[in-house]
Design a protein around this ligand. Structure first.
Ligand code: UDP
Ligand code: MG
Length: 317
């Protein structure tokens, strides 16, 4: 049984050496225990501006377990991961995806492989607590999962992109044609036999987070709009509620008129104009999000371009 570990990397020169040694030792241990016969680390360089790629080349020269794909430009975490998974779907029996920064516990891979050997197709790595994240990241992330669930997406709580997938689960995932990728939601919707492995999330080993607030918000918005049309329904309800309220206001206005008690009413008018105006713009914005999604989907552009590859295994192909 061949295990492939896919690691997307964007400006990760500070961590890659350590990541390689930890992942290598996991592979070596799994082999020694007879859990796997072959193991491979596949780095996907997502258009880094630092020395990430030359480091991957060096690591691959020294360590036969390491191979790499370098993408022609930065396509973002989800697409970079997809690039690696596409290759892994053909060449591995089981594939683990993990971030480069060692926040996810590499030891959990051993547990994942055992579950896989027991017949599980998808093993979700779920972080036990978020003590090492900042208060801000913790609260926003929790709000995000709640929101996702209320919008009808079956994402696994506190699961990011640390998971094991069997070949057939991965090949099923590869049949998803969409360009707006939200992998954790897509994988959760696959079905198959699933299991969960809990681990403690560490701090980033080195370097800085590649997900600033702006990207995080964008990712959250993408997650919702690529999975659910419920926000559009909410807009309809909002419109309906406004109409009912305005009906009451009209009746009230007419009654007041006939009672001869018409007052200036400037304040209430201003307030409602601004409020309704804002609500309309928000509604347009949400609909625009979906129109934008349709636009990128119909263009059917390629997800990524491969610039270079390195490593014995991958070059043989
Ligand atoms: N990443 C990537 N392309 C990007 C941004 C990030 O491949 O455009 C990778 C990054 O190298 C890391 C993973 O995605 O392996 C998760 O990023 P990070 O750890 O910075 O996110 P955080 O854990 O802070 O949410
Ligand atoms: Mg991280």
């Amino acid at each position: 049984m061949k295990l492939i570990i896919v690691v997307p990397c964007y400006n990760e020169e500070a961590v890659l050496t350590e990541t390689t040694s930890r992942l290598s030792s996991v592979i070596t241990r799994l082999k020694a225990e007879g859990q796997i016969t072959e193991g491979q680390i596949l780095y996907v360089n997502d258009g880094s501006q630092d020395s990430t790629w030359s480091l991957i080349e060096q690591l691959s020269e020294k360590n036969a377990l390491v191979s790499g794909i370098s993408l022609a430009h930065n396509v973002g975490h989800q697409h970079a991961l997809w690039a690696g998974l596409e290759w892994a779907a053909e060449h591995g029996d089981a594939t683990v995806s993990i971030d480069a920064d060692l926040q996810d516990d590499v030891e959990a891979i051993i547990e994942m492989v055992k579950l896989y050997r027991g017949g599980i197709d998808v093993v979700f790595g779920v972080r036990r607590e978020r003590q090492t994240d900042t208060w801000f990241k913790r609260t926003t992330a929790q709000a995000f999962y709640r929101l996702m669930q209320s919008m009808g997406s079956n994402v696994v709580y506190n699961h990011a992109d640390f998971r094991l997938m069997s070949r057939r689960a991965l090949q099923a995932l590869m049949t998803f044609p969409e360009r707006n990728l939200f992998l954790r939601g897509m994988v959760a919707s696959l079905g198959f036999n699933t299991a969960t492995v809990y681990y403690d999330r560490a701090e980033r080993f080195a370097g800085e987070s590649k997900y600033p607030l702006r990207k995080m918000l964008g990712f959250a918005l993408d997650g919702i709009t690529s999975f659910s049309v419920r926000p559009l329904q909410y807009i309809t309800f909002l419109g309906l509620a406004c109409m009912i309220i305005s009906l009451a206001a009209i009746i009230y206005g007419i009654v007041m008129y006939f009672q001869g008690r018409v007052i200036a009413g400037w304040t209430s008018e201003m307030v409602s104009i601004w409020f309704i105006g804002g609500a309309i713009l928000l509604a347009c914005g949400i609909i625009g999000e979906y129109v934008g999604k349709i636009y990128t989907e119909v263009k059917r552009r390629p997800r990524y371009f491969v610039d270079k590859v390195v490593g014995e295994v991958i070059s043989k192909k």
